[in-house]
Design a protein around this ligand. Structure first.
Ligand code: NAP
Length: 475
């Protein structure tokens, strides 16, 4: 029986574990306690690795792994309301966005089950060279080994799903460390996996001090792959330290979008207003920089600003809320300081820029200097800049003027320009006539430059989490 009850336990080797110490999970909206989880450390993490190692000694056949993943998907669907409420309570995510996340996690498991069923290697055309004549060869896709998974606060269910589901599809046991501010969704998922019949040790969840747990995952040779989603400095540092492991990084962005004068401006304004501020901009692909062709700059803003101002700001538990709190007050204060810095550099705040109670209002800034933090750092808040441009080439240079490269977008009625932008924007994904905040879970999703080095989406993650083993037969 799954509940959203406040106290959850860690999962290690199939047992629900307490440690005697607790992490309090606080609502980002009003600071109330929404739950607590046991605080683990290096010892529990090593025990989790022991359990994962033991589990992998008895591999689960692919059809059984697929059946378990399908059952998790069905259970998640059944408990979607619990899941959405848990996400909303611990992350401060408005219910409508939390419901979308819960339903996306259902799909992530369904698609991982498909990948488990079709996991296969390739036949190697041995007679294509004289050296191979008389031989038959093929590859097997073997699980890479124990996966250490580290997940962020902002999609506490679906980004855990994007690590755990492909790992299980690939036949890898997992030690998961969820974000300390949002561990409840991950433990709810662990309850569902257990209920779905996942044998002991295949999923282990430890919550606690990031560095202590991270150090064990980095240092222990049994962990063959670390999959990390979070901020760029922490991710790249982990990769440096774990030189002998695969370290797959899904990191941040300062998402740009180009709006050409020949675009459907109403449609662009609608999609961008919704996607720059949803979950208070705390998505790695939240719209941050909008470049608008100068001759339609005023027309676009006339359509965009009223839509931004119409967004409902308030309690994330309310069904009509669009924009809730930032994860911490210090993040809110950081963004307020960045707004002041932009203003001191000559920027104008077109809307927002102030608080409604404790909540930062959706903020649109014009004329931000290119070196202001709102222009070049990841804001991760309900803020976007608007900047005019004259030519598509100029817009592409502006969009590319960032160390990040996760997703970008263009709105245009000209297919040739859309394709030119798609080829020239240095990002892992480019959307055309859709906000670059769009993600469906089967997509190859990930970045270039500082934004990461891998692609998630079950099909792509399973490939990363398996090794090719070559088998050669002498005929
Ligand atoms: P974060 O502060 O980097 O934390 C991410 C995870 O790393 C958390 O579990 C955190 O644990 C852990 N961590 C922190 N320090 C660590 C260390 N020294 N060793 C090992 N683990 C460590 O990121 P966040 O604030 O939760 O999430 C926001 C960031 O994630 C943004 O930059 C966003 O763009 C990025 N993101 C990227 C994607 C993507 O798919 N590309 C998706 C979502 C979010 P604690 O919570 O215990 O500190």
């Amino acid at each position: 029986m799954v509940t959203t009850a406040v106290a959850r336990k860690l999962l290690i080797g199939g047992e629900w574990v307490e440690t005697g110490e607790w992490i309090e999970v606080l609502s980002p909206y009003d600071g109330a306690s929404v739950g607590r989880v046991p605080k683990a450390g290096a010892g529990e993490t090593r025990r989790a690795l022991d359990a994962a190692e033991k589990a992998m000694r008895e591999p689960i056949p692919a059809h059984e792994r697929a059946a378990i993943l399908d059952r998790v998907s069905a259970l998640l669907s059944e408990h979607a309301d619990d899941a959405a409420r848990t996400i909303s309570a611990e992350a401060g995510k408005p219910m409508k966005a939390a419901r979308v996340e819960a339903s996306r996690a259902v799909s992530t498991f369904t698609m991982a089950a498909v990948e488990a069923r079709k996991l296969a290697g390739d036949v190697v055309p041995m007679d294509a060279s004289p050296a191979g004549a008389g031989k038959l060869a093929f590859t097997l896709r073997q699980p890479v080994g124990i996966v250490g998974a580290i997940s962020p606060f902002n999609f506490p269910l679906n980004l855990v799903a994007h690590k755990v589901a492909p790992a299980l599809a690939a036949g890898c046991a997992v030690v998961l460390k969820p974000a300390s501010r949002t561990p409840l969704s991950a433990l709810l998922l662990a309850e569902l996996e257990t209920e779905a019949g996942l044998p002991a040790g295949w999923l282990n969840v430890v919550c606690g001090p990031a560095e202590e747990i991270g150090d064990v995952l980095v240092d222990d040779e049994r962990v063959k792959l670390i999959t990390f989603t979070g901020s760029a400095p922490i991710g790249w540092k982990l990769r440096e330290r774990a030189a002998r492991k695969r370290v797959n990084l899904e990191l941040g962005n300062a998402t740009p979008v180009i709006v050409a004068a020949d675009a459907d401006l109403d449609d662009a304004a609608e999609r961008l207003a919704a996607n720059a501020f949803s979950f208070a901009g705390q998505s790695c692909i939240s719209i941050q920089r909008i470049y608008i062709e100068r001759r339609s700059y005023d027309d676009f803003l006339e359509r965009f600003l009223p839509r931004v101002e119409a967004l409902a700001v308030g309690d994330p538990a309310e069904e009509e809320t669009d924009v809730g709190p930032l994860i911490t007050a210090s993040d809110r204060d950081r963004i307020l300081a960045w707004i002041e810095e932009a203003k001191a550099g000559g920027a104008d705040v077109l809307t927002g820029g102030t608080l409604d109670g404790e909540l930062l209002l959706p903020t649109v800034i014009a004329g931000a200097p290119p070196d202001a933090k709102v222009s070049c750092e990841e804001v991760f808040g309900p803020l976007c800049t608007v900047t005019p441009f004259d030519t598509l080439d100029e817009a592409i240079v502006l969009a590319n003027s960032t160390r990040f490269g996760l997703q970008a977008g263009i709105f245009t009625g000209d297919l040739k320009n859309a394709l030119r932008a798609a080829q020239s924007l240095e990002f892992g994904g480019v959307t055309v006539n859709e906000a670059p905040t769009f993600r469906a879970d089967q997509m190859p999703y990930g970045g270039v430059k500082d934004s990461g080095n891998t692609r998630e989406g079950p099909a792509y993650a399973v490939r990363e989490m398996t090794e090719e083993r070559l088998v050669i037969l002498q005929l």
